[in-house]
Design a protein. Structure first.
Length: 432
């Protein structure tokens, strides 16, 4: 490293503790982490194979493939929407892949087994199959399904805590989990509808398949994501809580979100089970659409709040010499971020564009971390360690990112600076 590199980033000899160096301990930890990841992948794979067999058994092979082809239609749209929501502080794809896989495999398997068991028990206890089906869908399914989906958000909160910094992360993780769950559930419903049409001879627009596709894919592709996002918002609020009453609020926020998700889910299921014949449309118009609008507004507000946080918090690191003055201005605008990445890609290549993206991600995470620490939501010792890690990553990418972000800030009118000038010695007097 150069002489300008901060002292704490200079290479140091490996420290030894208890006969083992920290480097050796780090390698041992990585091996254990690899074992955990391998066990998780194996578990999700087994759940996926079991759920595949169960759905195929209920729908038949032909119905399964028809349901699969139709159920996949909303997935790219929902994935793109939730990925767009998380663009301010994009986490690694591995977290999103886990959330989707958990929803599609583990949560769906739990729901199928638990709902089937509960329905059979209610049927035996009440001797009323139709009533047991309605009661199970309204009282049992929402509790089971939202708990199963919420488990993914909980696991990400516990084991990927540094990537869970606010409401937006909760929304994104919950949205990906629910999208996976809805994907598997839609295969089952659409496959069964196709089987009924095949048995009864239904065709065309009056068929069960078309009706099911219209209700589940066209009218309410956001239903499951909307329910589970309430749980995600609860966990997101938990990350922001600090102060005297932090303990009670940290427990109350996720539980409240989960209960709201269960309540909305129960109301949605009851609309087609109890409030016939117009209950579905009444609940859709009076509850689902307003709640969807409210959650959409909250999502956009939280996203913009994240951008404002960047411009408010990062100037402290500008004053300390860690960041160029143009960085907070550029990173507080998604247009400027995109322009900086494109400029770096055109000027310096793909690796520079990637460096700009990573620089923005680490700088945004740093701002979120500092804001959490200011509120007492992160212990001082943990803050110091994570701040140091993020600053090291930012420092490594400062050369390509600084120039690109300055260009973007000037091009978008967020800062003014004289045009860069290089004399014969390579010195740039206007470098920020």
């Amino acid at each position: 490293m150069s002489e300008s590199t901060p002292q704490f980033l200079q290479p140091r000899p490996a420290m030894r503790l208890g006969g083992r160096s920290l480097r050796e301990r780090g390698r041992a930890l990585a091996r254990r982490r690899g074992v955990r990841i391998g066990a998780l992948v194996t578990l999700l794979t087994l759940c996926g194979l079991v759920i595949l067999a169960l759905v195929r058994d209920q729908t038949g092979t032909e119905g399964f493939f028809v349901g699969l082809a139709l159920a996949i239609a909303p997935v790219p749209v929902l994935v793109a929407v939730f990925r767009w929501v998380g663009r301010v502080d994009p986490g690694p794809w591995s977290n999103l892949a886990f959330a989707f896989a958990w929803g599609a495999c583990a949560a769906a398997l739990i729901a199928i087994i638990a709902n089937s068991f509960a329905t059979q028990w209610l049927t035996t206890a009440t001797a009323d199959p139709a009533g047991a089906q309605s009661l199970g869908a309204t009282a049992i399914a929402p509790v089971v399904e939202e708990s199963a989906k919420g488990t993914a958000v909980l696991l990400l909160f516990l084991f990927r805590r540094r990537h869970f910094t606010g409401v937006v992360d909760g929304i994104v993780f919950a949205g990906f989990t629910a999208t996976g769950f809805a994907f598997t559930e839609n295969i089952l419903y659409l496959g069964n509808a196709f089987g009924e049409d095949k048995l009864l001879g239904g065709t065309g627009i009056a068929s069960f398949t078309v009706a099911t596709f219209f209700v589940r894919i066209v009218m309410s592709p956001f239903a499951h994501p909307l329910f589970t996002v309430l749980t995600g918002v609860g966990f997101g609020l938990r990350t922001l809580v600090g102060g005297r009453h932090a303990k009670a609020l940290r427990v109350a926020a996720p539980l409240t979100g989960l209960l709201l998700a269960m309540g909305m889910h129960a109301l949605w299921n009851a609309s087609s089970g109890f409030f016939r014949p117009f209950g579905f449309y009444i609940v859709y118009a009076l509850f689902m659409v307003p709640v969807f609008g409210l959650v959409t507004w909250l999502t956009i507000w939280a996203r913009q709040r994240g951008l404002r946080m960047v411009s408010d918090v990062l100037p402290a690191y500008v004053a300390a010499g860690w960041l160029d003055p143009a960085v907070p201005c550029a990173l507080s605008s998604m247009r400027a971020r995109t322009m900086a990445r494109d400029f770096a890609g055109r000027t310096y290549g793909t690796s520079a564009a990637k460096a700009v993206t990573e620089y923005g991600r680490h700088a945004t995470a740093l701002a979120a971390l500092r804001r959490q620490a200011e509120r007492g939501a992160v212990p001082a010792a943990e803050f110091a360690v994570r701040e140091r890690e993020l600053l090291a990553r930012i420092w490594e990418r400062r050369e390509p990112a600084g120039h690109a972000l300055l260009h973007a800030a000037r091009a978008t009118g967020r800062v003014w600076a004289p045009p860069p000038y290089l004399d014969h010695s390579g010195f740039n007097p206007y470098r920020l």
